[in-house]
Design a binder for this molecule. Structure first.
Ligand SMILES: [Zn+2]
Length: 328
């Protein structure tokens, strides 16, 4: 069987085990932290803002909690602009035993740094390929997949360029793509179209955040292309309430799509995107509700079992799909 790269080295794909495909051990603005290392002050329960250094303890605590719940591996889609630090991931993995599958790529909805703005997709793809073939940030840790994003601004010129770069790196290396999408802006179809134009196999494409809609016509429109979908933001009620996410999952299972679906939460052990008081408001208002790395094993899976999900469907979604997406 093929191998999969993790932050502690390659493993046999069959060793992946129960996998949450989309969870972040840390989310930090790398430019701000480079310029103002002291930025961020309060420390509270996740996902509250934390001071430098305290993010590690919280990531370890959350990783341990999820290992205790039977999770063996996470896909860690923290790319450029989300604060990717593979040494941080490696330390958390070594301390907790949680296997962490890292990525390359760039997370942006519109803006590109001058370095990328002034380069073409092939030149950008070279950087992604280097992460996949040689190693990330001067380490021997190699990226297992490629991340890109489209959101409210749509698939504009900059976003198309990054999608083409991701696609070319995928075609060159065989690494799969995880594309952050926004169903409310109908980004999915155009994102897939670009990948297919570039010659990416549909089986290498995962459309993250497809579960932010319960529009089954939209979802099946993507599935008809042969891609994977992420029902991967459980707890982020601000985009779609939990009950609607579960109803969508059940409907898709009934329609026979277990072999196309990933269940995850897109959790962040810590984030500095918002000041603490805003995060508190988001939680108090119900916009984020039980939004942690634990929600899928702790709540989502037991409820789906209750409502008729078979052992086979669960194993397909939580174990086999990661193997197939990551190894082609
Ligand atoms: Zn994410």
């Amino acid at each position: 069987m093929a191998q999969v790269q993790t932050v502690t080295g390659p493993i046999e794909a069959e060793e992946l085990g129960t996998t949450l495909i989309h969870e972040h051990l840390r989310n930090a603005d790398e430019a701000v932290h480079n310029q103002w290392p002291q930025a961020g002050a309060a420390k509270e329960e996740p996902p509250h803002e934390v001071a430098p250094g305290e993010d590690y303890d919280i990531a370890v605590r959350e990783a341990k909690a999820v290992v205790d719940l039977g999770i063996k591996t996470i896909g860690e889609p923290t790319a450029m602009f989300l604060g990717r630090d593979v040494n941080f991931m490696r330390r958390v993995s070594e301390e907790t035993g949680l296997q962490v599958v890292p990525c390359t790529g760039i997370y942006t909805y519109d803006y590109l740094p001058q370095f990328f703005f002034n380069r073409d997709p092939d030149q950008i793809a070279e950087l992604f390929v280097a992460d996949i073939e040689q190693g990330i940030q001067g380490t021997d840790i190699r990226a297992a997949f490629i991340k890109c994003a489209a959101d409210e601004p749509g698939v504009n010129e900059n976003i198309e360029k990054i999608h083409r770069a991701a696609a070319r790196a995928s075609v060159k290396t065989g690494a799969p793509i995880m594309a952050h999408s926004r169903p409310a802006s109908n980004t999915g179809p155009r994102q897939i179209e670009i990948f297919l134009e570039e010659g990416v196999e549909p089986s290498k494409i995962q459309m993250a955040h497809t579960g932010d809609t319960d529009d089954l016509d939209y979802i099946e429109g993507l599935l008809e292309k042969g891609v994977w979908i992420g029902l991967d933001r459980y707890g982020l009620d601000i985009f779609l309430p939990y009950e609607k996410r579960q109803a969508t999952a059940k409907a898709l299972l009934e329609r026979g799509y277990a072999d196309r679906i990933f269940l995850s939460a897109d959790s962040v052990a810590t984030t500095d995107w918002f000041p603490s008081n805003v995060i508190e408001q988001l939680i108090a208002s119900g916009a984020a509700n039980e939004w942690t790395i634990r929600i899928v094993p702790e709540r989502v899976l037991p409820e789906l079992r209750e409502s008729g999900m078979t052992d086979r469907q669960e194993r397909t979604m939580m174990v086999d799909n990661a193997v197939h997406w990551l190894t082609g």
